[in-house]
Design a protein around this ligand. Sequence first.
Ligand SMILES: [Zn+2]
Length: 523
Amino acid sequence: MHWAERIADELIAENPDKEEFVCAAGTSPSGSVHIGNFRDIATPYFVVKALRNKGKKAKLMLSWDDFDRLRKVPKNVAAIAPDFDKYIGMPYCMIPDPYGKYSSFAEYNEKEYEKSLEELGIDIEYRYQGKEYVSGRYIDGIIRSMHKRKEIYDILMKYKTQDSDEGERETYYPVSVYCSRCKKDFTEILSYDEEKEEITYRCKACGNEETVSLRDYHLVKLMWKIDWPMRWGVENVDFEPGGIDHAAASGSYVVAKDVAKEIFGVKAPKFQPYGWLSIAGLGDMHSSTGNNITPATVLEVYEPEMVRWLFAKYAPTDGFAFNFDDTIIRHYSEFDKGLEAVKNGEADEYNVSVYKLCMLNGLEAKGKVPFGVLASVATIVDFNPQSVREILAKINVDFDERDEERLERVKNWITKHQPSKMYRLLTERNDGYYAELGEEEREVIGKLRDFIANNASFDEKTIQSYLYDIINKPELSKKENTARQQKFFAVFYNVLFGTDKGPRLYLFLSAIDKSKYMHLLDF
Ligand SMILES: [Zn+2]
């Protein structure tokens, strides 16, 4: 059974009468959101889909934790705004956007991610914690936590190695206060008047000291392990995943679960830990910029359905990687083959579920020409869709409008990540290279030129068998002949492109108008 269906079944069994299931995720807009964070959304998203497939009402909710404080300036922000560290201690939603596009730093990062979520076809309800806190929506939870602060302290201490301390317990407050003057949280609470529900705080950053009523002053935030369970109650959350670290014996979830029960009288949602995914095959230039690999970066080369497919295919605790090297060709090919198998009724139950969950438009794929085939021909015609269509028609591959989007991704992949695969025909004969060649190589080039000159047109198979005829030697072993083929192909590539590697040679020779390259073979 698919993992999302199993979780959905368990949720239904635990709450058979629940009218609408709420599956939640939470992300901090501390910078550009990394693709790895998408697992926090993909996991409940597929559970929501599975619940709906079982006839239940369910919704997905993302909490933007933009009332959290800025801890650290991301590298790419520091590069454009060197004094950005002056905002450390302020909530993300009150810090200006360093790019000047949005009302806040939080909003910039949120909108960037939300745009990708839309492209990924995720229907989701957003909660912006800055707005929620400032509106006073959580005031009852805050006051309740202040009243029960000593009980909260005891719960927290249960999970700590050090012993509790009576003095510390007396002055423990489960909130952080943002200063009304400088909006930073470098504050300390001097006292709390339980009856009046007033706190007196002092700001260590600007010296401001004041007494405020919690009912009126909304720049007060619950500590994470209290905030999280408080919101479970407010939003009626049934399911929420979290990084594996949250699930550890003294991790946030375990503590929050206790707080939910003891302080708020709320049952903690079902929790699913997830593992991190990795990014492979990116060049050094990416690691030096300090830019996160965002869903947008991934979507430049992976189709939305494929991103969804990888997250649906691997169970939340399994690792996997997005690849920016040749492995991407294998990913595309596996995706295409899997889809074919589902359409033909040849896939197993698990894969049928995976495709049911990941496809955006029934079983209709975006593109169907293999990514690898496009990659091997598109560079020689500079990714021009019309030319690609003509080339592929010659080898009986039908390229239609839907494939143009896939071609665009091939272009992004090669130009942004694999520039060494950008093959262009030389403009002039490679005389310098030819001069270094031996007799045998020159002879083979001559034979190829004659064959092409004497045949008005030929297909891929014909040129393939002709090349084998002139390269292979019957007395040699298969292995030795393969080595000869590799050697001579490199010769052809050098003569045509000035490189040791090139596009699919038979396809290139048969599909491209020969007037474009004949002169390069004519020594
Ligand atoms: Zn201050």
